[in-house]
Design a binder for this molecule. Structure first.
Ligand code: GDP
Ligand code: MN
Length: 391
């Protein structure tokens, strides 16, 4: 679960991480009022969306007059924000954060994430912060430093020193102290909130030598939401792709992708393999959809509906290896979906496993038009063929 910057900053504050004073608002007038209450000029007006790169896309404005606070907020709220991470259609902004502006001296990058290969958290620090860390890592990897954290000992003072004393030129002793303290607090927040990511970019050093989180990004591990009940209310449905939200509501593992072949599969491994064979056949999957090993007829129906609602889908591949999910249950689920929404794109079915005969019979005796593939490779080449034909 992703949080907004303003939500992340409120949480950071609780852990003693300094953040600028600010207010969340939903209109130009409210922004003006917030500006009056905050120190300035300058003021900073920031779009609250679950997408990075706002600065470059015009979603972060540093302004010098109260009237401009209002105008910047209205602008941001009226026009969809386009950044590297939103896609060309952009994202509607529902809330903006108005903050006191800071006199920034330097911008650093600081984050804690889980390193899967090492199976432990890692603190990532760079003195080349502010811009995209991916670019820094690609161009000047020596400027991205890492400290792996032993979960048994936790974050150690020597690790903070290793990172902080790498800064060149070295900041004043008081500033270094604040920087190191902030690292410890970020790790504490990361652990306590069950984060998969806690990131500050930029972590700024102000002209008066203070360290402060000017941006804040927190992702909460979805698997921890059962015990992070207070955090669940921070979820913003406005930020969700409607198809993703529908899938979540029906407990389907669905990830929307950029291709045009809709795939419905049972089991994450088979779904991954199906995406691979689709690519191997020269096409691109429109989604990852694992209806789950023990899917019900209802879940199969909802899964197929989600695929049908995706306007990019030009052909559908159903690849099921019936185990706990029986093929007859699958077949009935498919028919129920087809009754509600006419399937206007070619449908290719590959069925094997438990009750496969009955599953096939149910489909064949229906009015549904579909093609049968004898194995995965054939299914992939058939579906690819269909997409090419329709292009
Ligand atoms: P992002 O582009 O979505 O990551 O948004 P950020 O919150 O990181 O803002 C982008 C950039 O705006 C930062 O790197 C800063 O350079 C600048 N910025 C943000 N807040 C302030 C501020 O209070 N004062 C000044 N001068 N610049 C700011
Ligand atoms: Mn940022």
């Amino acid at each position: 679960m992703k949080l907004h910057e303003y939500q992340a900053k409120e949480l950071f504050k609780k852990f003693g991480i300094p953040v600028p004073e600010g207010r969340v608002v939903r209109s130009g007038d409210e922004a003006l009022k917030a500006g009056r209450e905050l120190k300035g000029p300058p003021w900073v007006v920031k779009a609250q969306v679950h997408a990075g790169g706002r600065g470059k896309g015009g979603g972060v404005r540093v302004v010098q007059a109260l009237e401009e606070v209002k105008k910047a907020a209205s602008d941001i709220l009226e026009t969809p924000l386009v950044t590297k991470q939103t896609g060309p259609e952009g994202r509607k902004v529902h809330q903006v954060l108005v903050e006191e502006g800071l006199q920034i001296d330097r911008e650093f990058y600081l984050a804690v994430v889980i390193d899967r290969a090492q199976a432990r958290p890692v603190m990532i620090f760079s003195q080349a912060g502010g811009m995209e860390i991916e670019e820094v890592a690609a161009r000047t990897p020596e400027l991205v430093l890492k400290q792996f954290i032993d979960p048994n000992t936790g974050w150690m003072p020597f690790q903070a020193r290793t990172l902080a004393y790498s800064v060149d030129p070295l900041p004043a002793p008081e500033t270094l102290k604040e920087l190191m303290a902030l690292m410890g607090k970020l790790y504490k927040a990361f652990l306590a909130l069950d984060c998969s990511l806690a990131e500050i970019n930029p972590l700024v050093i102000t002209r008066d030598g203070g360290a402060m989180a000017v941006d804040a990004k927190i992702n909460i591990d979805d698997n921890a939401l059962a015990r992070q009940k207070e955090l669940r209310s921070l979820d913003d449905p406005n930020e969700k792709d409607p198809l993703d939200a529908k899938a979540e509501a029906h407990h389907l593992n669905y990830i929307r992708l950029n291709g045009n072949i809709g795939a419905m599969v049972n089991g994450a491994g088979l779904a991954m393999a199906t995406m691979d064979v689709i690519k191997l056949a020269g096409a691109e999957p429109a989604n990852f959809l694992d209806v789950g090993g023990g899917a019900s007829e209802e879940m199969v129906t909802r899964g197929l509906e989600i695929i049908l609602e995706d306007k990019n889908v030009k052909a559908i591949l159903i690849n099921i290896f019936g185990g706990i999910l029986r093929c007859d249950v699958l077949a009935r689920g498919v028919l129920a979906a087809a009754e509600k929404t006419a399937i206007k794109v070619p449908l290719i079915v590959r069925l094997e496993g438990t009750n496969v005969e009955e599953g096939r019979r149910i489909l064949q005796e229906s009015k549904l038009e579909f093609m049968v593939a004898k194995d995965m490779a054939e299914a992939a080449s058939m579906v690819t063929e269909q997409v090419k034909r329709s292009a």
